[in-house]
Design a binder for this molecule. Sequence first.
Ligand code: GLY
Length: 280
Amino acid sequence: MKIIIHGGFFSESQTNQKVKKAKQDALAEIVQLGHKYLQSHTAVETVVYTTCLLENCELFNAGTGSQIQSDGKIRLSASLMDGKTMRFSGVINIEDVKNPICIAEKLLPYDDRVLSGRGALNFARENGFKYYNPETPQRRKEYEKKLSDSIRLGTVGCVALDVYGNLAAATSTGGKGFEIPGRVSDSATTAGNYANAFAAISCTGVGEDIVSGAVASNIVTRVTDAMPLALATEKTLNELKPYDGFAGIIGISATGEIYHADTHPYMVWASYDDEVEVFA
Ligand code: GLY
């Protein structure tokens, strides 16, 4: 049983030690809760539960506390992939809900499994997901000051390997911040979130760079073809170099290899293998 989570990038880390400590503490607590949950639940149930906790934490750019787009609205994207069944589900640019990852989970058994905008919202309401405004005063302040450069690289994600040897990945985001309405994040695509029987990956960073590198699916394919996870991750990140791609990755392989890497400092992450480890 293994679990690793991320909370996006942390460009404030050089200047704001208080926020850094708050993120370390939050990630340590959430990864321990996720690990406890994993003892009696499957990988797919655990990545949903843990990503939900991350969405509910205002420190991260997903769910409550998500960044505001250029027209003043928050739009959320999230996806889930069950490595056992190879089913991928997600929502793109959904408004006025609390936990987009739970709506992705609800979509998992359906034929139509990735919904966007109004269709995603209609599905959510039909399935009992109530109106919720994920905006926080802090995000409104940042939006009004247009501090996009220092805050825009957040997303959350979780990858887990359960006691049965099954893998799953979940990723959730409020997007880049200040984007054009309609822009599609990587987080609800197989570039940002992918899993099969060999490996599971969740990404953070600039969605356009991650989609250009088909990052999560490329890493999983390489591991499937017998490359170790660390090497597969580094090789894939190297391929982003020609365009200075900005990405962070967490992953677990079926052999129990657990790995994280980023192209730029600092992705914030925590894992629970034999013990809790948190980014420094
Ligand atoms: N990785 C989050 C985004 O670019 O939307």
